[in-house]
Design a protein around this ligand. Sequence first.
Ligand code: HEC
Length: 121
Amino acid sequence: MARRAFIVVIPWYAAILMGAPTFTKDVASILEKNCQVCHRPGEAGPFSMLTYEQTRPWAAAIRQAVKTRKMPPWFADARYGKFSNATALTESEIRTIVAWVEAGQVDQSRLGYVPGGPRQI
Ligand code: HEC
């Protein structure tokens, strides 16, 4: 058990030292602003992104969705009419999310993170 924790923790510290984005510092605010309005319980998104634990299992799909600009959806579809002013991600936001996923979805301060909640629109 201790050995397994060791193996998981070392690459995390390495990634942090190398300046890889972390969930709390870099990724959470992007999700709050652009994703959580739909990706939280009771909304259109099929899974929740309110916490690190909820987001991490979807990392590979999230990487794909932002790279291809499939998410956040940008359309005037009547089904999601009230969300039609959801913003597209900037290039730098996409780079941050992709880098976070590719560096192993680091989160250095999981325990202290309190989500600020979705953007009010
Ligand atoms: C306007 C509401 C809305 C917003 C904003 C939104 N999503 Fe989604 N998301 C959905 C819906 C609805 C689905 C399921 C249908 C689909 O896949 O198109 C979905 C599905 C997904 C999936 C599942 C895989 C896939 O490609 O189908 C991922 C991953 C995802 N969203 C990531 C994100 C990320 C990351 C953001 C923020 C950058 C985001 N979403 C913002 C509504 C939203």
